[in-house]
Write a protein that binds this ligand. Structure first.
Ligand code: ADP
Ligand code: MG
Length: 361
């Protein structure tokens, strides 16, 4: 979890994924586009965790698939260790995919129910046979099960014989099989009981140190990513609208959307609760086929003025921070960004997360 100031392992600039919206069966006519990801910029330092947070439908899973080269972007750039990876094919694409692995949201649907745990965790070796000699795969799978806190003797069992938390451990073991450098975890605990969420997050935290991983950790709730993130990017309608260190985002949010999200996070301390204004946003999230002009958040923003409809606010990265991911890089895509930290408070950061219940989930 140490923030890095060296060259980023991943650098994303102007990333766009638009899905064509068509009408008609025979003569498919494009009548618009779903702007799922619409200009995302961020940097991920080596060994760092970037938390990406936003409401359902804001483009998080699409971003995750783009980062893992499972889909090609409509425009923009993804640099992995300095190399542009969005236009790779064949062997080079395969090599990059091996290095950036995904952990999926729902361990109930992402694991094939007819495959044994051993086959699921070892499946990446079928796709990348060069990663492990055939005779050694079984041993590696047992080792991986052990690493994620599962009994290696479970290797011949099927997914339905495990709890939700255990299934996500299986998914994580599979994500580790190829020894990637980056893991993109797409809401890895959202489908789990609150009581096992902390266990899985603490596991990911431990694995990060053990395997020198860099994480993009996606969640729809700010409270979940706080513990594990070094930096946080807040996403709204296909774009990151605020980014900064974990402390800056939680203690000094400057974008109205981040302030609204934080005001909805439950605060255990009744005193703090009393001092905090709950911000209720007006209206619904606009459709990604019809993104408002200027600032995309303006239709729900209490600060919106004329300028907001006319001018797109830049997520400005000051020149002096261009090649660092240091603590000073706090950016907000808002014409009227301000720190109103007294009005917002967030749950504290404690290490490790308190786990509920006994035994691995
Ligand atoms: P999130 O993970 O934040 O909930 P998604 O990335 O799944 O958001 O979706 C963002 C938007 O893009 C949604 O409106 C969704 O319906 C749309 N979308 C996602 N995948 C596709 C696709 N393959 N074709 C068309 N629209 C898509
Ligand atoms: Mg999603």
């Amino acid at each position: 979890m140490a923030a890095s100031t060296t060259e980023p392992i991943l650098e994303v600039t102007g990333l766009v994924k638009h899905y064509p919206l068509t009408r008609g069966v025979l003569f498919r006519k494009q009548i618009g586009a779903v702007k799922a990801v619409d200009g995302v910029d961020f940097r991920l330092g080596r060994g760092e965790t970037l938390g990406v947070v936003g409401e359902s439908g804001c483009g998080k899973s699409t971003l995750a698939r783009l980062l893992c080269s499972l889909e090609r972007p409509t425009a923009g750039s993804i640099r992995f260790k300095g190399e542009e990876i969005t236009r790779l094919s064949g062997r080079a694409l395969k090599a990059v995919r091996r290095n950036i692995q995904m952990v999926f949201q729902d361990p109930y649907t992402s694991l094939n129910p007819r495959m044994t745990v051993g086959d699921i965790v070892g499946e990446p070796y079928e796709i990348h046979p060069e990663a492990a000699p055939k005779g050694d795969r079984r041993r590696r799978v047992r080792e991986l099960l052990d690493v994620v806190g599962l009994d290696p003797e479970y290797i011949n069992r099927y997914p339905h014989q495990f709890s939700g938390g255990q299934r996500q451990r299986i998914g994580i073991a599979r994500g580790l099989a190829l020894r990637p450098e980056i893991i993109v975890a797409d809401e890895p605990v959202s489908a789990l009981d609150v009581s096992v969420q902390a266990q899985v997050i603490n596991l990911l935290d431990r694995l990060q140190t053990e395997f020198e991983l860099s994480y993009v950790f996606i969640a729809h709730d700010l409270s979940i990513v706080r513990h594990i993130s070094d930096r946080v990017g807040v996403m709204y309608l296909g774009r990151i609208v605020e980014t900064g260190t974990e402390t800056e985002i939680y203690d000094h949010p400057t974008h109205p959307y981040t302030q609204a999200l934080l005001s909805a996070v439950p605060v255990p301390d009744p005193d703090a609760r009393e001092h905090r204004a709950r911000i209720i946003l007006s209206g619904d999230v606009p459709s990604p086929t019809d993104i408002p002009s200027g600032c995309r958040f303006r239709t729900r923003c209490w600060k919106a003025r004329e300028r907001c409809a006319l001018e797109v606010p830049a997520l400005a990265v000051p020149e002096e921070f261009r090649h660092t991911t240091g603590p000073a890089a706090h950016d907000s895509a808002c014409h009227f960004a301000e720190d109103v930290s007294d009005a917002c408070s967030a749950p504290g950061r404690g290490a490790p997360l308190e786990e509920q219940g006994n035994g691995p989930g």
